[in-house]
Write a protein that binds this ligand. Structure first.
Ligand SMILES: NC(=O)c1ccc[n+]([C@@H]2O[C@H](COP(=O)([O-])OP(=O)(O)OC[C@H]3O[C@@H](n4cnc5c(N)ncnc54)[C@H](O)[C@@H]3O)[C@@H](O)[C@H]2O)c1
Length: 391
């Protein structure tokens, strides 16, 4: 029986994958094999030796002590991209809403509530002030072609936009998913100079903070709309204020309003709704649960934050998985332990991420129970090994 404990309310769509599986036990005891979590702070949590993996239903992992977990041989998963569709839909909605002055128009119409006047006539007289423009035929710049950026770029093409994208670090997976009609910008300056709209889909890091700065604003096509559904700090606020005042930026749509930005002219403040959909929470819970179950059942790793993706088809005979430091001679020492037994290595994979690595070895037959214990303890004695499993 595999035991999983949950913290926080995990969407039922994810929990059902455990509850409906007879091999699993949910919230049954204090020695779980896996933990499913959302926002609970685990920094002061004392992890029982039984814990092999933690899956966070969400993208950020600030609530999990990653280094401590790695040293204890615990794999930590998150769910990148599970909320990508939710963010994409809100970006597309705001492309159109900002272009058609929808929020200010609807806001004004609501002020007519309770009026004695003939509302249809007042509306007809006022509507010319809200004349907008269509997005079809306009140029959209997509900065960052990850899970969200690719979806936005492809769907903006379908809405008739001309799409140019900038991502010098695009992954092979993302490149496969991107429509070939999206044009490639080799320099960010091309995006600033040509686009009517720019949407940001890059992570906030030391390198990307103030990605849109005074220098960028000076190169922008006048009247551009910027959509920021990534992180507020990507845009330098002082320079933004000047660009809005000068009309260089026609509108700044942000999912991250603060006191300063809220008081600027032509800002469309969205109250951080990017991932706030029922489906997004469900997707995160399903993805986290599946990743956790796959790891516990097969040792395969997908979307861990402390280890690389490592996958081999699982034959069901006998698999040895070893989590270890990324130092020389590990694979030979691990394989050497197996040389004393009458088994052949059928397949093997080793991958590393920074200072940590993971090795999986598939054997052509099952070891006896006693042999399994010997292999486990001998491999654990190898300097740099933090966890060994035989599945
Ligand atoms: N508004 C919300 O509620 C919400 C929800 C989810 C994610 N987000 C934000 O959206 C961001 C993007 O999410 P994602 O899932 O698409 O991430 P992702 O990791 O899949 O993609 C990020 C992309 O940005 C690219 N990139 C990194 N640095 C770059 C640079 N300097 N120039 C151009 N491209 C660069 C990377 O190569 C990658 O392709 C997240 O980092 C997060 O901050 C916001």
């Amino acid at each position: 029986m595999i035991s999983i404990n949950t913290y926080n309310a995990i969407s039922q769509s994810g929990l059902s994958l455990i509850e409906d599986d007879l091999n699993y036990h949910l919230n049954g005891n204090g020695d779980p094999d896996g933990i499913l979590v959302r926002s609970k702070n685990l920094h002061d949590y004392s992890f029982p030796a039984s814990v092999k993996a933690i899956a966070r239903a969400g993208a950020g992992v600030n609530n999990i002590p990653i280094d401590h977990c790695t040293e204890k041989g615990i794999v930590v998963f998150n769910t990148p991209g599970a909320n990508a569709n939710a963010v994409k839909e809100l970006v597309l909605a705001n492309l159109i809403a900002s272009s058609r002055n929808l929020y200010s128009a609807v806001g004004w119409t609501n002020t007519l509530k309770g009026t004695e006047e003939d509302v249809p006539s007042v509306v007809e007289a006022k509507k010319k002030e809200f004349v907008g423009s269509e997005i079809k035929g306009k140029k959209l710049g997509v900065v960052g072609l990850g899970a969200i950026g690719v979806l936005v770029a492809n769907d903006a093409l379908a809405l008739g936009m001309d799409v140019v994208a900038y991502d010098p670090f695009i992954s092979v997976d993302a490149a496969w998913r991107l429509s070939q009609d999206v044009k490639r910008a080799h320099h960010i300056e091309e995006v600033w100079a040509e686009c009517d709209f720019v949407t940001l889909h890059i992570p906030l890091t030391d390198k990307t903070a103030s990605f849109v700065s005074e220098e960028g604003f000076t190169k922008m096509k006048k009247g551009m709309t910027i959509l920021n559904f990534s992180r507020g700090e990507l845009v330098e606020e002082g320079a933004l204020e000047k660009a809005l005042e000068a009309g260089i930026v026609r509108k700044y749509v942000t999912d991250f309003p603060n006191e300063k930005v809220l008081n600027m002219k032509n800002v469309v403040p969205v109250p951080h709704l990017g991932a706030s959909t029922v489906e997004s929470e469900e997707n995160c819970a399903i993805m986290a649960t599946k990743q956790l179950k796959t790891y516990l059942e097969t040792g395969n790793i997908k979307h861990a934050v402390n280890l690389p993706d490592v996958e081999l088809p699982y034959s069901g005979k006998m698999r040895v998985t070893v989590m270890h430091q990324n130092i020389p001679n590990m694979v030979s020492q691990i394989a050497n332990v197996l040389s004393g037994y009458a088994v052949n290595i059928a397949d093997m994979i080793n991958r590393s991420k920074h200072t940590w690595a993971y090795t999986m070895i598939d054997l052509d037959q099952k070891l006896l129970e006693e042999e399994q214990q010997q292999v486990k303890s001998r491999m654990k004695e190898i300097h740099g090994v933090v966890s060994v499993r035989l599945i």
